[in-house]
Write a protein that binds this ligand. Structure first.
Ligand SMILES: Cc1ncc(COP(=O)(O)O)c(C=O)c1O
Length: 555
């Protein structure tokens, strides 16, 4: 049939349907029709709002919603409360297990203690920690060897700058200059252009939150009502926190077999709400570096900014090439990359409390600034979350960068990355476990198809190794630091892994009943994540609590 006749058939069907519907509607009171139309519009808007509130699949949300209400039924609530009560006690005892004193200072002493007395208490508290950080038994956490000369220098610098505050650049011009110099040194490390700019923050999370805030504000200026952060499911939880604080949403994308973001899925997830695409270099869980070059191209193609989270590897990746390791271009040389977060307080080896968030342009950085021009306390403006800032953080970061110099960072990078590669090679040779993701920089993650890997982690913990637990999928990782970057640690670690793997593989339950396995197993089965929230809040509460009296089970 020719197109014209086809069209006429369609039109006549539409006319019939229209006539049929109209005749039916004519029988209804117009007032009801108006009320129905308004009512259904309101319901539609409400449902759309609920749907848009989260990026989680609808079935998962429905299950969570149902469980949330079932939980309120009296008999279910009583059972859950009883379980939580038990968990609360276990958590409290586990947090305080190393506190041998069990005394707790909760009042400011009427008369001040002597310096000697204060130092004695501080020394006692310092002795509570049982993990051998200096001999590389801890994954991440402390990235440097805290060498005597370095600590001596930092102590002298701290003495001078402890009370400085870059919020008052007129009072502390030196602290201001140090902060500006640290930021510029790191911008140059990342090949930032002339117009680039950045801020020193208190750590990776604050740097990421500031970037989220900047992109939220830019999105609003561009007329995006519901801004979305698009990233891999491996992107650091700080993006979820940033999104939560800034009223944004995070759209997580699956990874490929190397645990890098799946580029095809990333592109398919782009829509008009996406205000920034995130790539990690490397990601926290498996240490895989996302394909920054390709993400940068995607950003350019769709006109969407790209943030590179180099918080973890920030002071390794810029030195990898010089240290003899290949790495794809990850910095501002990629024209699509608009911002980068990089932690000085990790592999930059500065004391805790500093990170840099960098922007390609000052214009973009301005979206991060905040000002209250008409405040009764005077015109107020701050670049980051804090008002007053610890000038000492900038000062010790500044001193570390100057005293280390590029060559020290290159040497450390060589040791750390080659150690990670040795560990990865060794893991691949152990039966029953396999690598998870790609150990591109300093993190080596592994898992097992044969048994519960968390049980191996628990046994390694008993042997003095403090590793990190991952989920979705179950895995564990070691993040190599300068303290673990030597052959003795590699040999001991691989030998211990091999032994615990054999031990768990021989268990009839394949390790499913181990403490961590049971905890994660239970968490995975609970659809209402607010119950997990309650448990982790108990953990946080326990960190602030007075120590409970010692019990026999604490030993
Ligand atoms: C990739 C990545 N981004 C961000 C962060 C957050 O850094 P911070 O703990 O300093 O807030 C981390 C911490 O490990 C990280 O690994």
């Amino acid at each position: 049939m020719p197109i014209k006749e086809n069209l006429q058939v369609v039109i006549s069907h539409v006319e019939d349907a229209h006539e049929c519907l109209s005749s039916k509607l004519r029988k209804i009171d117009p007032l009801y029709l108006v009320i129905g139309a308004i009512g259904s519009t309101v319901v539609f808007i409400k449902l759309r709002k609920i749907y848009k509130r989260s990026e989680e699949p609808i079935l998962k949300r429905l299950a969570g919603f149902a469980f949330h209400h079932i939980r309120k039924l009296p008999f279910v609530k009583a059972k859950i409360d009883k379980e939580l009560q038990g968990a609360r006690k276990d958590i409290l005892h586990s947090i305080h297990k190393d506190d041998v004193d069990r005394a707790f200072i909760s009042e400011i002493p009427e008369a001040g203690l002597s310096d000697q007395a204060v130092i004695e208490i501080a020394d006692r508290y310092d002795s509570y920690g049982k993990f051998d950080v200096d001999h590389g038994r801890v994954s991440g956490a402390v990235y440097t060897d805290r060498g005597e000369k370095h600590v001596e220098l930092l102590t002298k610098i701290y003495e001078k700058y402890a009370f400085s505050n870059p919020l008052h650049p007129d009072v502390f011009p030196g602290a201001r200059k140090m902060e500006a110099e640290v930021i510029r040194m790191v911008l140059n490390l990342y090949n930032a252009p002339e117009d680039s700019s950045g801020s020193l923050t208190t750590g990776g999370t604050e740097s990421i939150i500031m970037a989220c805030f900047a992109y939220r504000n830019q999105a609003q200026a561009r007329g995006i009502e519901n801004p979305v952060i698009l990233c891999s499911k491996t992107a650091h939880a700080a993006f979820d926190k940033g999104a939560h604080l800034c009223g944004m949403k995070v759209r997580h994308v699956e990874t490929d077999r190397n645990n890098r973001v799946d580029l095809r899925k990333l592109e398919k997830s782009i829509d008009g709400d996406v205000c920034v695409i995130v790539g990690s270099a490397p990601n926290y869980p498996s240490g895989s570096v996302d394909p920054i070059l390709e993400i940068s191209k995607l950003g350019q193609r769709y006109g969407i900014p790209v943030h590179v989270d180099a918080c973890l590897g920030g002071f390794l990746i810029p030195f990898m090439e010089q240290a003899g390791f290949a790495i794809e271009q990850f910095d501002f040389r990629n024209p699509g990359v608009t911002s980068i977060s990089c932690d000085t307080h990790k592999y930059g080896c500065t004391p805790k409390g500093s990170s840099i968030v960098m922007y390609r342009t000052k214009e973009l950085h301005h979206f991060q600034y905040f000002s209250v021009p008409n405040w009764t306390g005077g015109i107020y403006a701050t670049p980051t979350i804090c008002g007053s800032r610890a000038g000492a953080n900038s000062a010790v970061a500044w001193a570390t960068l100057l005293s280390f110099g590029r060559q020290e960072y290159v040497d450390r990078c060589r040791k750390i990355v080659s150690t990670a590669r040795k560990i990865a090679d060794g893991i691949q040779k152990i039966d029953g476990i396999k690598l998870h993701g790609s150990p591109d920089v300093s993190v080596v993650a592994f898992t097992s198809d044969d048994f519960n890997i968390y049980a191996a982690s628990d046994l390694l913990h008993k042997r003095g190794w403090n590793l990190n637990t991952l989920q979705n999928p179950n895995a564990i990782h070691i993040c190599v630091t300068y303290n673990s970057a030597n052959d003795q640690v590699v040999e001991k670690f691989l030998a211990d892994v091999k032994e615990v793997v054999n031990e768990v593989a021989a268990l009839p339950d394949k390790g499913n009943k181990s403490g961590t396995a049971a905890l994660y197993g239970m968490a995975a089965q609970i659809p209402d994540k607010s119950l997990i929230d309650e448990m982790v809040y108990q953990y946080l509460d326990a960190c602030y609590a007075k120590p409970p009296p010692k019990e026999a089970s604490d030993n």
